[in-house]
Design a binder for this molecule. Structure first.
Ligand code: SF4
Length: 421
């Protein structure tokens, strides 16, 4: 693996201006699959309903676990009592869907504009429907947010509901951030083999399995966009383990090592447990490295995964990140990632989309990672793009997924080559 000086102290270009990002409602698409007895009720407009439906694809055969309580014009004009209407909608929903155990009321731009107090509504509805259904709320609004913040807000809303760990409970590891079930199962097997016996995941697959938290809980973030959730857990006494994120062979090794060190796993045991997975990941990456090495890549700020991805692509596949934009730069959570990034990378935080488009065009990268809204115009300009949102919908963490992660970046370049040939 290449050695680098790192980007820990590198200057950051801070930009303010027009942004091209999805809103936090988007998180519902992967969260509703994860917590299998939860339901997400967006309190929003037809635009919100449309966004969710088109992002999720319309599920004709399955009973979806999300819906939108649409606020009509008279609601927005304050002509109707929204709280009464909301109570009626929730009653009807819970009567029809007795399988729901946790209901999230998800705020949107319209509900925030009319200052509908969803926290109060959630507490009122919880009192009415507990113990069968717990009602929580969070904001998915697109005002000043980016799409992965929806998950952060959702998980932060769950933190006060987590039971307190007892004084006699053994130290536990809490992996925080929604992961595909297949990834979660693989990681659980590795932790077990390492001898770390008490491991929980947040969000859990089932709302009745909320993990306990307390001063003996060590948290390992699986996603880089969980600033608010991390803070809420630390307030409950948990301690965050500093680590890069589990992307690629190196990232996964260092992430697991942070947990192993915290639980005093001997180095020899750690090595013997992780070696087979790491070797498989390195073998899976080799053909992609041959194709991607030296290719130049430009990141627009969108998912907040940009910095860990750039680190993986630079160090494990030999790609050259030119600019790595991120909506927010959480220096503490990303400290180890920044230290591993090549020093030549230009870091930018926030967005002034016109300026960034100018820099991108001037840099003529081989591949641009960006949101859906920018991809088509950039493709029309002859650039090759990768939609950043795909990185949230695809299992990419851990050793077994390293090859799939590399392929996500190889595919658009291969397609472009076929089109040109
Ligand atoms: S929450 Fe705001 S940004 Fe998101 S779909 Fe609704 S109106 Fe649009």
């Amino acid at each position: 693996m290449a050695t680098t000086v790192g980007c820990g102290d590198a200057p950051v270009l801070r930009e303010h201006g027009q942004r091209e990002v999805f809103c936090g409602l988007t998180g519902i698409i992967w969260l509703h699959r994860k917590i299998q007895d939860a339901f997400f009720l967006v309190v929003g407009s037809r635009t919100c309903a449309h966004l969710i439906q088109s992002a999720a694809g319309v599920m004709i055969f399955a009973e979806p676990r999300f819906a939108t309580a649409i606020m009509e014009e008279r609601d927005l004009a304050g002509l109707a009592d929204m709280n009464d209407e909301l109570d009626r909608v929730v009653d009807r929903l819970l009567e029809r869907r007795p399988d729901i155990r946790m209901l999230f009321l998800v705020g949107s731009c319209p509900s925030e504009v009319i200052k509908l107090d969803l926290a109060r509504a959630a507490s009122r509805l919880s009192q009415r429907h507990m113990p069968q259904v717990r009602v929580l709320n969070y904001s998915g609004s697109g005002i000043e947010t980016t799409f992965t913040q929806g998950e952060d807000a959702c998980l932060a809303a769950l933190v006060p509901c987590l039971p307190a760990a007892g004084p006699l409970d053994p130290p536990s590891l809490l992996v925080v951030g929604a992961l595909a079930d297949v990834v979660e199962d693989q990681l659980r097997r590795i932790f077990e083999a390492l001898g770390i016996t008490r491991v929980d995941f947040l969000p859990p697959r089932c709302s009745s399995a909320l993990p306990p938290v307390g001063p003996d809980t060590r948290i390992l973030l699986a996603q880089p966009f969980l600033g608010e959730t991390g803070r809420a857990l630390e307030k409950r006494g948990a301690r965050r383990l500093d680590a890069p994120f589990p992307l690629g062979a190196e990232g996964t090794t260092l992430w697991l090592k942070a947990a192993a060190d915290s639980f005093d796993v001997p180095t020899a045991r750690f090595e013997s447990v992780i070696r087979p997975g790491r070797d498989r990941a390195e073998r899976a990456l080799a053909p992609f490295k041959a194709r991607l090495s030296g290719r130049r890549i430009f990141f627009f700020p969108d998912s907040q995964l940009e910095i860990p991805l750039a680190r993986f692509l630079a160090r494990e596949l030999g790609m050259q990140p030119i600019e790595v934009g991120t909506p927010y730069l959480h220096r503490q959570h990303l400290a180890q990632e920044l230290a591993l990034l090549p020093a030549s990378v230009r870091l930018s935080e926030g967005q002034h989309v016109e300026n960034q488009l100018d820099r991108c065009r001037a840099a003529t990268p081989d591949l641009v990672v960006c949101g859906l809204g920018l991809a088509n115009p950039l493709e029309a300009d002859g650039m090759t793009t990768k939609w950043s949102i795909e990185l949230l919908f695809t299992p990419i963490q851990g050793f077994e997924q390293a090859g799939d992660l590399a392929e996500l970046f190889d595919r658009p370049l291969a397609r472009r080559t076929r089109l040109v040939a």
